[in-house]
Design a protein around this ligand. Structure first.
Ligand code: ADP
Ligand code: MG
Length: 163
């Protein structure tokens, strides 16, 4: 397990970070997004989708009224927003778990609500407000697959002088 922290200064920067992360994901990758409303979770998701299913990126909206949206591209992206769900019972009953270990990339807003359904191998992104339009994003990896993604991300961000 390791982690890195990056501060973005605008929605565009957060979306670009999402695209950068998206380019490193493979089927079975899991992104757990946490933090306050307006933190930038949907914005980052739009970047992930822009990278993996570009024709659909404009459809990634906030707030979402669907609990799950699927975007088809080189790798399918399953975008969940559990804001309105209350507990893991709900989530288990809805049968979402099968997507977590399937053929696509999962991006989950309000992943706090997953409790014990949270996969062991995942990248967790915590969004916190900074001054003005700044958002501090702390990315933590757990598991071998996510550790590798985080290492590659750190390398990319260093190359772009963002880290
Ligand atoms: P969440 O999904 O976490 O509730 P959204 O991505 O829907 O958040 O919304 C983030 C809001 O904050 C948008 O209105 C966006 O324009 C604004 N914003 C301001 N600065 C940033 C930033 N650095 N990164 C992301 N969004 C930002
Ligand atoms: Mg959102």
């Amino acid at each position: 397990m390791s982690s890195l922290q990056i501060t973005t200064g605008s929605p565009d920067e957060t979306e670009a970070l999402g695209a950068c992360i998206g380019s490193l994901l493979t089927p079975g990758s899991f992104l757990a997004l946490k933090g306050d409303l307006g933190g930038g979770k949907t914005c980052l998701t739009r970047g992930v989708v822009a990278s993996l299913a570009p024709q659909s990126a404009h459809l990634v909206a906030s707030p979402t009224y669907a609990i799950m949206n699927c975007y088809h591209g080189s790798t399918p992206v399953y975008h969940f927003d559990f804001y309105r769900l209350t507990g893991d019972d709900d989530i288990a009953d809805l049968g979402f778990e099968e997507y977590f270990y399937g053929d696509g990339v999962c991006v989950v807003e309000w992943s706090e609500r997953l409790a014990e359904l949270m996969p062991a191998d995942a990248l967790t992104l915590l969004f916190e407000y900074g001054e003005g339009d700044r958002r501090r994003i702390t990315i933590t990896s757990a598991g071998q697959k996510s550790d590798t993604v985080l290492e590659l991300l750190a390398e990319k961000l260093r190359q772009q002088k963002k880290l």
